[in-house]
Write a protein that binds this ligand. Structure first.
Ligand code: GLY
Ligand code: MN
Ligand code: MN
Length: 435
């Protein structure tokens, strides 16, 4: 059944709610300007437990002996469907998505107090959305006001996101399948941009190649605003203007991934605009590539989340010493953080429904209190070096910015890199070689 992965997750959540009730709203539609909306994107937590794509929907999960799932959604409407397209309506939604019950969203406010009544715990993430905090506050107040009739509000409110974040850290086979498809399409987009690249093009022309490949292959679009950064723009970490011309002497850095059934891929490639690395560009590139290889080798079950960052930093520091940008030993550079002007971000993050996915990184505030890697976790490995022009950087290295980013699954044997875009100097030059 198509809804099986989602109903299985709901069942697992219900088992953990105790005698409680969880309220999980999806994201609202948001206005872009006047009456035009941003493209709709559901809430990731709601999607994780429902697979239901429409706005104006709320999932209610009841734990304990009466465990069940209830969807509130928009009603069928001939008028609205003429303007906006198909909507399921409660009856077909319950059938198609496997909910125990479904009701019109217009009945939520009147039904909410009864759903909360006599439950010990309300599971919700307070402070996430002020409007929902208010609505739940009102439902609780209505119950308390009715206590002479035997009504009782939950005595405890617990953080639902904490529970779901823990589940979302380890991906199930349905999620891994979506993520592999998102990775394959993003890799094809990067290869397409490499093949299309010519000196004198604008950065946005390469962005268009990626967008075309993503949509052509059925992705819903970009998973985040893409970065196409020629030359020194690569040294601006969140460069998204993508509006400059590409010099034939420069590298271009592209950080772009797509979304499939809500799941993100996140790939960065850096390549020479004219198709051949110069000696300086190659020297920097090979250091970052070696740092990435060392980081990937440090990913295995039982390792701490920070270990692969430390492995990358070690190789980058040696590289910075070899390039003449740092002096002294690797240990001293790590200790003093002398590498930070050239490598100021961490080496990766969890990846999933959100590009910077849900899930804790630390288990406490101690230096070693990092989450331990476990099979099923997915993360990015994205070391870089950013040599902004300055009097500390030799002139022949000015403006070289390189990042290489791939997506990795923690497996029982170690790790699996599942993004397959051209990555080595040889692979990139071969793909870009055009008559
Ligand atoms: N594309 C966002 C990141 O690499 O973290
Ligand atoms: Mn990333
Ligand atoms: Mn990225």
């Amino acid at each position: 059944m198509k809804h099986a992965p989602y109903s299985d997750r709901r069942r697992r959540v219900c088992e953990r709610l105790g005698d409680g009730v969880a309220i999980i709203p999806t994201a609202p539609e948001r206005l872009r300007n006047r009456d035009a909306h941003y493209p709709y994107r559901f809430d990731s937590y709601f999607w994780y437990l429902s697979g239901f794509p429409e706005p104006e929907a709320v999932l209610v999960l009841i734990g304990g002996s009466e465990a069940r799932s209830i969807l509130f959604c928009r009603e069928k409407s001939e008028e609205r469907e003429i303007w906006d397209g198909f909507r399921y309506g409660p009856t077909s939604a319950a059938q198609a998505f496997g909910f125990s019950e479904a009701w019109p969203i217009s009945e939520l406010a009147s039904r909410l107090p009864q759903l909360l009544a006599k439950r010990n715990t309300l599971w919700h993430s307070l402070g996430h959305d002020a409007e929902w905090d208010r609505r739940l506050g009102e439902a609780l107040a209505a119950l308390r006001a009715d206590n002479r009739n035997g009504q009782q509000a939950p005595g405890e409110i617990r953080d639902l996101h904490g529970l779901l974040d823990e589940m979302r850290l380890c991906k199930d086979s349905h999620e891994l399948d979506c993520m592999q498809r998102a990775a394959d399409i993003a890799a094809a987009g990067h290869a397409r941009a490499m093949r299309a690249c010519r000196p004198g093009m604008a950065e946005y022309e390469l962005e268009a190649e990626l967008s075309y490949e993503f949509r052509r292959r059925g992705a819903s679009g970009h998973a985040y605003t893409p970065i196409v950064a020629g030359g020194v723009n690569a040294c601006i970490l969140h460069y998204v203007a993508n509006d400059k011309l590409l010099s034939g002497h420069a590298l271009v850095l592209i950080d772009a991934g797509c979304e499939i059934e809500g799941y993100a891929s996140d790939i960065t490639r850096t390549f020479p605009v004219a198709g051949r690395f110069s000696a300086e560009q190659r020297a920097v590139y090979e250091i970052v590539l070696a740092a990435q290889a060392a980081a990937i080798a440090a990913i295995r079950p039982g390792a701490r989340f920070a270990d692969y960052h430390h492995a990358a930093v070690r190789v980058l520091c040696q590289g910075l010493i070899d390039l003449g940008l740092l002096t002294g030993t690797v240990d001293a550079a790590i200790e003093s953080e002398a590498y930070k002007p050239y490598y100021m971000h961490r080496t990766g993050h969890w990846l999933g429904l959100d590009v910077h996915d849900a899930g804790a990184y630390r288990t406490g505030s101690g230096d070693d209190d990092w989450v331990i890697l476990t099979p099923g976790m997915t993360l990015t490995v994205e070391p870089g070096l950013y040599l902004r022009p300055s009097d500390k950087v030799p002139e022949h290295l000015h403006g070289i910015g390189v990042r290489i980013e791939d997506d990795v699954l923690v497996t029982s044997a170690g790790s699996l890199v599942y993004t397959h875009a051209p990555r080595t100097v040889g692979e990139i030059e071969e793909v870009m070689h055009h008559e």
